[in-house]
Design a protein around this ligand. Structure first.
Ligand SMILES: [Zn+2]
Length: 401
């Protein structure tokens, strides 16, 4: 009889990859899930038994948008802080490194972390550096080379899962969609998706400022099915919904074409926009945090912005069902990373990455970028993760920011 390293029995297991929500037993051996049964089965033997009565046991959460290139970018946080200590077993850095700086990211960030660290490499050569706001210097076509992106991907195919680019007023005013098109050419050659920031970011050339509603439309026009658009519920005037009162037709068409829309919780998240899109049938494809330190200071992490649990609980408060929200953090991002057999699932043979959610009664006001508050009486906080079968307590500080 097999003796497992750890056997988890739980009353509430949620695995959207197999449409499962109910009691189950999970057996872990040598860092992999080797047993899954939809009944708590006391006959399974283990060196270590864990039981959860009220918690929800999920596949390990995948945060598709973090910033963890500490010290190279001024706003990067420590990878395990954004990862296992926040309840995510896999994190994806969005564009902090570029083809010329991704080697350091591999050696000094990925290799040092317990969390599974991946990245979308920036389309521009250097990555985000000091906040990346020197848009016209750092992010223009003169700093973008398809060949270098392909070379970086060939060096780190297991870490680089996509390419980060931008579809916002500043870039479009200077170089239209030229950088985006180069990123797509590189994406085609590597067989990987793009992750596209929306909402004004770089300095705008006012003489060439594109009409607000044309910005996302232009970006969507060049994107392919499987590419990901960020900050879907942001209130930026040049964002996905922008100033429209209904979901714009080009956004509907993009959803239908298979373009993915990520929360990228971040700075401009708006309940108003979220409600508008949810009510019209446009739930997010994925939920991510955009966790980072202070953009405007040098390595000031005293104000940690945007936790994954904060994003997740806001979506629950807006009415997204638990199983759908968990899918946005597990199976759906795993598919974007082309790792759906390995992570984001509890199926037998997958990596033993698990996130445990604990219910907390609290009267907590959750605000958004427009100053609107929702009072949350119950929050689901990641209390523990298993990474490759090893248990870690999370760090609950700042969890609902
Ligand atoms: Zn970001």
């Amino acid at each position: 009889m097999t003796v497992y390293d750890t056997v988890i029995t739980a009353k509430h297991v949620c695995d959207p990859s197999i449409d499962f929500f109910g009691p189950a037993t999970i057996g872990i051996k040598e860092g992999r899930i080797e047993y899954f049964d939809a009944e708590p089965t006391p006959t399974v033997e283990a060196k270590n038994n864990v039981h959860y009565e009220t918690e929800i046991v999920c596949p390990g959460f995948i945060d598709l948008h973090v910033h963890v290139y500490e010290w190279v970018t001024n706003f990067g946080v420590a990878p395990d802080k954004a990862g296992i200590y926040s309840g995510a077993t896999t994190i994806v850095d969005q564009g902090s490194s570029g083809p010329w700086t991704v080697g350091g990211f591999h050696e000094f960030i990925k290799k040092q972390a317990t969390t599974d660290v991946r990245c979308f490499v920036s389309a521009n050569l250097a990555g985000a550096l000091m906040g990346g706001m020197e848009g016209t210097t750092l992010h223009g076509p003169q700093m973008t080379r398809v060949e270098e992106i392909v070379k970086a991907y060939e060096r780190y195919p297991h870490m680089i899962c996509g390419i980060k680019s931008h579809g916002e007023s500043g870039g479009l005013s200077h170089w239209d969609t030229e950088v985006l098109e180069q990123a797509i050419e590189a994406g085609e050659r590597c067989g990987i998706p793009l992750y596209v920031h929306t909402g004004e970011l770089f300095p705008v050339d006012d003489a060439n400022r594109p009409p607000l509603e044309s910005v996302v439309q232009k970006a969507l026009d060049v994107l392919r099915p499987g590419d990901v658009v960020a900050h879907v519920y942001s209130n930026m005037p040049d964002g996905v919904v922008g100033q429209a009162k209904t979901v714009p037709p080009w956004v509907k068409a993009a959803f239908e074409r298979g373009i993915k829309f990520d929360i990228g919780y971040g700075i401009n998240f708006s309940y108003r926009i979220a409600r508008l899109m949810l009510e019209q049938g446009f739930p997010p494809s994925t939920i991510s945090s955009d966790i980072h330190g202070d953009f405007n200071a040098y390595h000031d992490l005293s104000l940690l912005d945007y936790s994954l649990a904060g994003a997740f609980n806001r979506l629950l408060a807006l009415g997204l069902p638990m199983a759908e929200a968990v899918k946005c953090l597990t199976y759906s991002p795993a598919r974007i990373l082309k790792s759906e057999g390995e992570i984001g699932t509890l199926s037998v043979g997958s990596v033993a990455d698990i996130t445990v959610l604990e219910s907390h009664s609290l009267d907590h006001e959750l605000s958004d970028a427009e100053g609107e508050s929702i009072t949350l009486s119950d929050a689901w906080i990641p209390s523990q993760v298993f990474k490759d079968g090893t248990s870690h307590q999370t760090d609950r500080i700042c969890f609902l920011t």
